[in-house]
Design a protein around this ligand. Structure first.
Ligand code: SAM
Length: 434
C-alpha cells in the first residue's frame, strides 16, 4: 500500500528544477488515447511537473484533468502525488500521476501551499461522509459516499450498502490509496467490510488490472438494504456497477409518483429499481433487460416485497423488443427508458444520437394519449440540450404532442462539480405524450 508522501520537507522553488536530475518529456496530442509520459529510472525524490502555459490555463479553469499537452516536463512516479509548477516556477498545487492513462494527471489541489504529505485523502473521505450525513433521508441505507473528483478524491468511487462499502478505483493513485481508506472506514466509521469491484471496462481503459477483492473486514455475497419502504437486495460481488445503479435511486421514487398507475414498461431495467417502485405504486410492470442474472435478482426482490404478481421479466434486446411491440400495436400508460451509455466516446456521438432517437420514437408510439415517458441518458458525451433535441426529433417523427414535465439528473449523493462537467452525466427527462 502506498500512502501519499509523508516525509518530504518543502523546498524553495528556485532549487526544484536543479534537483530534478532527469526530465520526462510530454509530447503532444490531447486526443491521444495513450499517455506519452514514461517513468525515469533515476527518479527525483521530489516528484514535480512543470505545466505548459496551456496547462496553467486549464488548471485555472478548474477542470481536474490534465493531458500530456498540458505538461512541459516533469519527474514522475506512477500512482503518486506530484507537485505542479507553472513555467515561471510558481507553485500551482498538486496532482496524482497515472502512467499509461489517457489522463496522466488528476488534480488534487490548486492551492500553492497544498501539503501533499498530510493525510488529505483521509480528511476528504471524512468530509464526504459528513456531507452525506446531513443530506440523506433518515434511514437511507445505500448511497454514493465518494463521487471521485467531485468529492476531491480523483478516480475513486465509493458506494455504501448498509454497513458495507464498495470501491471502484479508476486510476493508479486511487488503487494505491484504497487499502488505507478501506481500513479507515472499518476502524473509524463502523463499516463491517470493504470490497474492491475492479472488474469493469473503466479499468481496461486506464490499463489497470481487473479483479474483485476484499480490502477490509468481511463482505457477504448478498446485502439487503431498505429503500423507501422496499427491501432491496444486491449481489455485491457480481451485480452491475457496485451492485446496483444508485444514481437512479431518487428518480425511481420520483417515477413511481409521476408515471400513471396502470400498465408500465421498465426498459433496460437491470435488477428493477424502477419496476419495483412502479409496482409498489400499483402498476403492472413488464421489465426488460438483456442480462438474465439481473432479471433473476429482480424476480427475487419482487418476491421478497410481495410484488411478484405485478412484475413480469423478459430477457430481450430492448431495441428489437420495442420495434416488435410497436408493430403489434401494444399500448402502455408509462414507460421508463434507461439504456446503457450509448456514447462511451465522443466519436460515438452521431450513432448514439440516432439510437436514442429510435428508442424514444418507439417508446412514444407505445404510449396511450396522456401516457408518460421517463427517458434517461447516462452518456456524458450527450449534453442535456442534445438529448432534448433528440427527444424533439423523436416526437416529430412520432407525430405526437410531447410536453416536458421535468428534467433531472443523478441522485444528490452524486455531486456535480461545475468545473468538471463529467460529474454531471445523467439526464432523466419526464415527458407527457398526447
Ligand atoms: C443504465 S442500466 C439500467 C439501470 C436500471 N434502470 C436501474 O435503475 O437500476 C442499463 C441496462 O441495460 C442493459 N442492456 C444493455 N444493452 C441492452 C439491450 N440491447 N437490450 C436490453 N438490455 C440491455 C444492461 O444489462 C443494464 O442492465
Amino acid at each position: 500500500m502506498t500512502r501519499p508522501h509523508k516525509t518530504r520537507a518543502r523546498r524553495p522553488h528556485k532549487h526544484r528544477k536543479e534537483r530534478a536530475p532527469k526530465i520526462v518529456t510530454a509530447q503532444t496530442s490531447e486526443s491521444s488515447s495513450e499517455s506519452v509520459l514514461t517513468p525515469e529510472a533515476d527518479l527525483s525524490p521530489d516528484p514535480l511537473v512543470v505545466l505548459s502555459r496551456g496547462g496553467v490555463r486549464r488548471l485555472s479553469g478548474g477542470h481536474p484533468w490534465l493531458y500530456p499537452d498540458n505538461i512541459s516536463k516533469g519527474t514522475l512516479r506512477d500512482g503518486e502525488v506530484v507537485r505542479l509548477e507553472g513555467p515561471a516556477g510558481v507553485s500551482r498545487g498538486a496532482a496524482c500521476f497515472s502512467l499509461g492513462s489517457r489522463i496522466p494527471l488528476r488534480v488534487v489541489s490548486r492551492e500553492p501551499d497544498f501539503d501533499e504529505s498530510s493525510e488529505w485523502a483521509v480528511m476528504r473521505l471524512d468530509a464526504a461522509l459528513e456531507r452525506r450525513r446531513h443530506a440523506l433521508a433518515q434511514n437511507e441505507e445505500a448511497c454514493r459516499v465518494v463521487h471521485a473528483e467531485a468529492d476531491g478524491l480523483p478516480g475513486l468511487v465509493i458506494d455504501r450498502y448498509g454497513p458495507v462499502a464498495i470501491f471502484q478505483a479508476g486510476c493508479r493513485w486511487a488503487d494505491a490509496v484504497a487499502p488505507l481508506l478501506a481500513s479507515h472506514l472499518v476502524e473509524h466509521h463502523g463499516f463491517s467490510g470493504v470490497l474492491a469491484r475492479h472488474d469493469g471496462a473503466f479499468r481496461k481503459l486506464e490499463g489497470l488490472p481487473e479483479g474483485v477483492m476484499l480490502l477490509a473486514g468481511e463482505v457477504a455475497g448478498q446485502v439487503r438494504w431498505q429503500h423507501a419502504g422496499l427491501t432491496r437486495e444486491v449481489d455485491l460481488w457480481s451485480g452491475q456497477k457496485t451492485g446496483t445503479y444508485l444514481d437512479q435511486r431518487e428518480n425511481q421514487l420520483w417515477a413511481a409518483d409521476a408515471l400513471p398507475v396502470g400498465h408500465c414498461l421498465d426498459a433496460f431495467c437491470n435488477e428493477g429499481g424502477f419496476a419495483l417502485h412502479l409496482a409498489a405504486a400499483g402498476s403492472h410492470v413488464e421489465a426488460l433487460d438483456s442480462s438474465q442474472p439481473a432479471l433473476d435478482r429482480l424476480k427475487k426482490q419482487a418476491e421478497i416485497n410481495g410484488l411478484a404478481d405485478r412484475v413480469t421479466t423478459r430477457t430481450v434486446n430492448v431495441f428489437e423488443d420495442l420495434r416488435e411491440r410497436v408493430s403489434a400495436g401494444e399500448q402502455f400508460d408509462g414507460i421508463v427508458l434507461d439504456p446503457p451509455a450509448l456514447a462511451k466516446r465522443k466519436g460515438d456521438l452521431p450513432r448514439a444520437l440516432r439510437a436514442y432517437k429510435e428508442l424514444n420514437l418507439r417508446a412514444m408510439r407505445l404510449l396511450r394519449p396522456g401516457g408518460r415517458l421517463l427517458s434517461c441518458s447516462c452518456s456524458f458525451h450527450v449534453s442535456r440540450a442534445e438529448f432534448l433535441e433528440t427527444l424533439r426529433a423523436a416526437a416529430a417523427d412520432a407525430r405526437r404532442d410531447v410536453f416536458v414535465q421535468s428534467v433531472r439528473g443523478a441522485a444528490a449523493c452524486h455531486p456535480r462539480l461545475l468545473t468538471f462537467p463529467e460529474s454531471d452525466y445523467l439526464k432523466a427527462v419526464l415527458v407527457e405524450v398526447l
